[in-house]
Write a protein that binds this ligand. Structure first.
Ligand code: SAH
Ligand code: SF4
Ligand code: F3S
Length: 473
């Protein structure tokens, strides 16, 4: 049966057929060369983008590719791109230039580009004109067609470009390969309707649409059965989840349903837009024992006029009162945020407002960005631009204050014991493990691989600005 907004099973069957045909081609390659074709995916964007890469990896595995850690060994290279800031785009162009020579050495190699950046007409034009060694380009709305596009490319030996302007139906039940065994991301909605004046996301990800709660719950249950302990529910603005569904359901109600799934021990979500954060959600977070004590609540800027021009629909005072309310209901919660410096019109008074919010909200962590002009957004044509020099200076001022605030917040944890989910071996030192507290703080502690995926108590013994140091108790 075809559910509202869900791609038909017939289409999924069609794609599975292409996966099978590709597998045959790849088996042929294996028989001839005595090795399997290798693939490598680079993710340039956010968690949503990263989760799309997991779906792409799932499809590629179905087709008989094996994953390689090293891009240089790959026969099939995918760049899953991002365009939220200019430097994300520049990285893609830089890497592509590099691949040109490599392709000369390995003519069988295929290069595919997908993701947000590809949804822009000008980019597609540039790729067609200047990067003729690219084989396949697709966008954010038709990722489920990878097998079909690759098959066409392989059998016709000509480039394939398939970009949709609008979203089609939501695709359910795609295979996916998770990056972590114990942690998984689950899309609960796609797109964004907010049109913050600086942001390109609504133009490249389309209109907001929510997945049916039943589909989400089935996915979470399947993940739990597969050993997943922590799920992160993903959406650009999870607080408006449910809009447009036949069934009336809020994000808070969804959280309560996910909280009931057996086997799942931790639930995270991102991102929350302050304008839509309801009391109902705060209470659900407070009441649901599996929902982590962490909220990522981007404020962007502290000045009310800037916030108005950004189209954010809240004020500095409202934001601060919201943080206060959240901390009152859930005292041990960590509040993290996104901050943007250098938006048009930002001067001394405006940056002081941003710094004031940082001091008052006492963030536990933050992502900071310098405003990047995105063609096609309203802010791109605003006249009162901030010079690069001023933006950089203010950015450093913001960082200085922020780092002090974060360090003070971390210091409060020293001496306490927290539950930690062990994620990974430390990059720098094999005898250390990294994990996350319930509130998402990063902690390093002595241990070995046998701890990975387990949750246990860790006493915090020391801290830096960006992480905690602890010992297993
Ligand atoms: N949907 C999320 C954020 C998605 S983009 C939300 O609204 O909270 C992640 C962050 O990138 C944003 O919070 C913002 O701080 C930053 N960002 C978006 N567009 C940007 C631009 N044009 N220049 C610089 N930073 C930008
Ligand atoms: Fe961009 Fe605003 Fe949508 Fe976030 S809410 S994705 S910042 S338009
Ligand atoms: Fe994410 Fe970048 Fe797209 S932040 S939604 S990958 S533009």
């Amino acid at each position: 049966m075809e559910r509202n907004g869900t791609v038909s099973e017939k289409e999924l069957e069609r794609q599975k057929e292409y996966m099978a045909r590709m597998r045959e081609l790849n088996e042929g390659f294996f028989a001839e060369n005595g090795r399997r074709r290798k693939m490598h995916i680079t993710t340039f964007g956010c968690q949503m983008n990263a989760h799309d890469s997991e779906k792409l990896a799932g499809i590629l595995k179905e087709m008989g590719y094996v994953e390689t850690e090293e891009e240089k060994d790959a026969d099939f290279i995918i760049y899953n791109t991002c365009c939220v800031r200019e430097n994300a785009e520049n990285k893609v162009y830089g890497n592509l230039g590099y691949l040109k020579n490599r392709k000369k050495q390995n003519p069988d190699m295929r290069i595919a580009l997908c993701g947000c950046m590809m949804q822009q007409k000008s980019v597609l034009q540039t790729i067609k004109e200047k990067y003729k060694h690219v084989d396949i380009v697709f966008g954010t709305f038709n990722l489920y067609k990878l097998a079909e596009l690759l098959y066409i490319n392989m059998t016709t030996n000509s480039p394939v470009f398939d970009i949709w302007k609008e979203h089609g139906e939501i695709v359910e039940d795609l295979p996916a390969i998770r990056h972590f065994k114990y942690k998984a991301s689950v899309n609960i909605m796609f797109g964004c309707d907010n049109f913050c004046s600086y942001c390109i996301v609504p133009y490249v990800r389309g209109r907001e649409r929510s997945r049916c709660p039943q589909d989400i719950l089935n996915e979470v249950k399947a993940l739990a059965a597969d050993g997943v302990k922590e799920v992160t529910l993903l959406g650009q603005n999870v607080n408006s989840y449910g809009k447009g569904l036949d069934e009336k359901i809020s994000f808070a109600e969804l959280l309560r349903l996910v909280n009931d799934v057996e086997g799942i021990e931790r639930i995270r979500f991102m991102t929350s837009h302050p304008k839509d954060l309801s009391d109902e959600l705060i209470y659900a977070m407070r009441d649901c024992e599996k929902v982590c004590r962490h909220i990522h609540l981007p404020f962007q800027a502290g000045n009310n006029e800037i916030l108005r021009v950004m189209n954010r629909h809240y004020t500095k005072e409202y934001y601060l009162s919201l943080v206060e309310k959240i901390r009152k209901e859930i005292p041990d919660i960590s509040v993290t945020t996104d901050i943007m410096v250098g938006f048009p019109g930002e001067g001394e008074k405006e940056i002081e407002d941003t710094i004031d919010v940082i001091k008052k909200a006492k963030f536990n962590s933050a992502f900071t960005f310098i405003y990047s002009k995105r063609t096609g957004t309203p802010a791109a044509v605003m006249e009162n631009r901030v010079s690069e020099e001023d933006a950089k200076r203010n950015f450093n001022r913001v960082l200085d204050v922020l780092n002090d605030v974060i360090y003070e917040q971390n210091k409060l944890k020293v001496g306490n014991v927290y539950k930690v989910l062990a994620d990974d071996v430390s990059a720098g030192d094999e005898s250390y493990i990294t994990g996350r507290l319930d509130d998402n703080s990063l902690v390093h502690f002595k241990g070995d691989r046998s701890l990975l995926g387990k949750i246990f108590d860790v006493r915090i013994t020391d801290c830096k600005t960006f992480y905690l140091i602890g010992e297993k108790v």
